[in-house]
Design a protein around this ligand. Sequence first.
Ligand code: APR
Length: 235
Amino acid sequence: MPAPSLVILTGAGISAESGLATFRDAGGLWSRVRIEDVATPEAFARDPARVHGFYNARREQLADPAVQPNAAHRALAELDARWPGDFLLVTQNVDDLHDRAGSKRLLHMHGELRKARCTRCAAVTPWAGDLSTTTSCPACGGAGGMRPHVVWFGEIPLEMDRIAAALDECDIFAAIGTSGLVHPAAGFVAEVAHRARTVELNVDRTDGTRLFDEARHGKATDTVPRFVADLLAAT
Ligand code: APR
């Protein structure tokens, strides 16, 4: 009997205990700035310096030595390494904490904060520092066309074909630390619910909790290691 196929979706809640703000909790990012001002193509066309400032500040925070992968990130990296069946970790997060925890079978559907993309040649370049309206592209040399390699509202998330293929095959689907409010990620559970075991891990109930077979409430650093141990014990 082959091991079940696993798809795990994570959101900002898995990085909260590493010190990174979520979006919609009290004091979250969207309570401080408006999506329309910093996270849409129109915002970038209207005021690119403001958009760069928002992402530069988040990139700078990610470089803070105090911001490290937490026990939930590490547990998912262990699951990736030890799971004998098909496995895909789809994160909505643009931080690199899953990568730094060691996750390999990982996909950033909303892009990555520590990468920049040239709007002229489309080259994607690792980028740890600030971007500005005069930054030159290391690939084509063009100046002033660099943007964060982050998917904005109104844009198509990355690698949706690969995600669809994984969802088509998955036997177990878990959503961790996401409010389940932003599509297409919010729709994944409904896509698989008729044939996969679905589990929600979150500190609170969400609007989507009713769509899951099981809900495990608590902080990710408590619930995720226990969930991973349960999955590995069952293989
Ligand atoms: N442990 C587990 N869950 C937590 C924790 C924690 N320590 N802290 C917060 N949460 C939960 C909250 O209850 C909430 O349901 O994490 C979720 C965070 O929700 P959002 O802030 O909406 O973040 P997310 O779901 O990732 O947002 C999705 O929206 O703004 C866009 O592109 C952005 O990728 C983001 C997408």
